[in-house]
Design a protein around this ligand. Structure first.
Ligand code: 5BU
Length: 492
């Protein structure tokens, strides 16, 4: 690694973390092995400033190392734009490797003008085993091109450098995984325990270029400590990108509750009474304001006072589902002015990313994305609902990729496989002591089942509490059972 530009490197490391170019969790890698840390540098194309910094640093790195070559070639696809910028900045002609030979015309694998004996520098984003670099090297070599060096943005330190060295190619990385971890720890983004656990994983899981283990301990990868359901709410608070999610995780941890009350009552006073009684036991109170027949501004003022007194957040379960412009109006305007008081709202992902952008557009002034957040629906508890695997997968993408990750606080879903990123909160409705289905298709699971089997971080209970003869006692009992289930889940 280059010693100079350290401050710039550190700032870039934090920025990459902030835009989710790398994240902690439980991820399956291309080589089929699970990893507690995952890099996705594809996202940087959406951040021209990051793109500029990364490519400037790569160019400086190449200069420092005095690597001169006739061509540069990016490993497809993520490194292609980086290689393009390096080529233009250095005035070094580029070569483009096709992943599949064209079915028509020249059938060439390497595009560009070259001669046998020319030298070429490889540019790559992230190296695990080095197999992607070797694929590119092989195709270049079959055209008689000489490859001796590769510059890469991140070396995961899992054996890639040694694997490619065996084929006569030296690897030079801007960042090592250890540098990134230490920088994030110094900057207060991750705990020391995270640094240590990832280091333990890296030491144990060294990989051959064919993806097989070099002789490390496979069980360390399989028993990933970073699976979100095994992490505590405190440590997940540090990983959250949304400030409201951070706040809620910390609130849950200090107040020791993961219970959300669904206050589905149609009179304002009845909701306030319920909020006062259940307040000490909940982290979140969920409303459907459009069922309140006597809605008024004073109702909101009183509800907010109770939220402050008992320390819980407010979520309006509005389930927005329209085009961005309409959603923006529905969130900020009208009778309810939801954006003014609800810390969190829910939204369907059916319209795509524009739903998140529409909601964000309604914010400004006092109600910035710092104080507000959205939970995206990836599954529903209603029997016969139309959500399928693809929809779930795409909802997860909206929640974890792109420029709005700071606004997405969590996902409403029914199963642990809905998302892997531990900085998001799983909210699961359909919770009752007695399992079963109500007359209108609502499906209920027990508190223990949703937390331990279904991955719920917060269990939502409505009628299970609202219809109890002793509301306080019942709320306390749901809190105790949900919290005990969480403690069992994270116990090592
Ligand atoms: P219940 O009384 O515990 O059944 O209330 C559940 C609440 O959660 C209710 O406000 C629903 O609108 C909400 N809910 C749900 O039940 N299922 C879902 O999939 C989603 C929300 Br999303």
């Amino acid at each position: 690694m280059v010693a100079k530009n350290t401050d710039e490197m550190k700032a870039l490391a934090v920025k990459l973390f902030q835009i989710n170019a790398f994240k902690f969790g439980d991820y399956k890698m291309k080589v089929g092995i699970n990893s507690p840390v995952y890099f996705d540098l594809r996202v940087i194309v959406s951040y021209p400033d990051v793109m500029q910094t990364v490519s400037d640093l790569l160019v400086a790195h190449i200069k420092d190392l005095q690597l001169s070559s006739k061509h540069v070639c990016g490993v497809p696809y993520t490194a292609l734009p980086l290689a393009t910028i390096v080529s233009v900045q250095q005035h070094t002609p580029m070569l483009v490797r096709r992943k599949e030979a064209k079915a028509y015309g020249t059938k060439k694998l390497i595009e560009g003008i070259y001669q046998a004996g020319d030298t070429c520098l490889i540019v790559e984003d992230v190296v695990t085993s080095g197999s992607s670099i070797l694929d590119t090297v092989r195709d270049l070599q079959s055209e008689g091109i000489v490859v001796t060096d590769a510059v890469v943005v991140v070396d995961r330190e899992q054996g890639g450098a040694a694997n490619i060295a065996k084929h006569g190619v030296r690897m030079h990385s801007l960042f090592t995984l250890s540098f990134l971890l230490n920088t994030l720890h110094e900057a207060g983004h991750i705990e020391k325990a995270t640094v240590d656990a990832v280091a333990k994983y890296i030491a144990a899981v060294q990989i051959n270029s064919d993806g097989s283990f070099i002789g490390g301990d496979k069980s360390v990868a399989e028993a990933n400590d970073f699976s979100r359901t095994k992490l505590t709410y405190e440590s997940r608070a540090n990983l959250a990108k949304s400030p409201v999610a951070k706040r809620l995780f910390n609130l849950m941890a200090t107040k020791q509750t993961n219970l959300c009350l669904a206050a589905d009552l149609s009179e304002a006073d009845a909701i306030l009474d319920m909020a006062d009684k259940c307040g000490p036991y909940i982290c979140l109170l969920k409303t459907h304001v459009d069922i309140v027949s006597d809605f008024s501004e004073s109702f909101i003022v009183n509800l907010q006072a109770l939220a402050t007194r008992h320390n819980f957040l407010l979520m309006e379960d509005r389930k927005f589902a329209d085009i961005g412009n309409t959603v923006s109006l529905q969130y900020g305007q009208g009778l309810y002015k939801i954006a003014n008081w609800a810390d969190l709202v829910t939204a369907h992902t059916l319209p795509g990313r524009s739903i998140v952008q529409g909601l964000k557009a309604a914010l400004g002034g006092a109600n910035s994305a710092k104080e507000r957040g959205v939970f995206l629906l990836a599954e529903m508890s209603a029997s016969g609902n139309l959500i399928d695997e693809k929809y779930k997968e795409n909802s997860n993408k909206i929640a974890t990729e792109g420029g709005d990750v700071d606004f997405v606080a969590g996902v409403v879903c029914q199963s642990a496989d809905c998302f892997a990123f531990p900085g998001l909160i799983q909210l699961t409705p359909g919770v009752k002591i007695d399992e079963g289905v109500d007359k209108l298709g609502q499906q209920y699971q027990t508190p223990e089942h949703v937390v331990k089997e279904r991955g719920a971080d917060i269990g939502v209970v409505g009628r299970g509490i609202l219809q109890a003869s002793n509301v306080e006692k019942t709320a306390a009992s749901y809190r105790d059972r949900l919290w005990a289930a969480y403690q069992e889940r994270v116990a090592k």
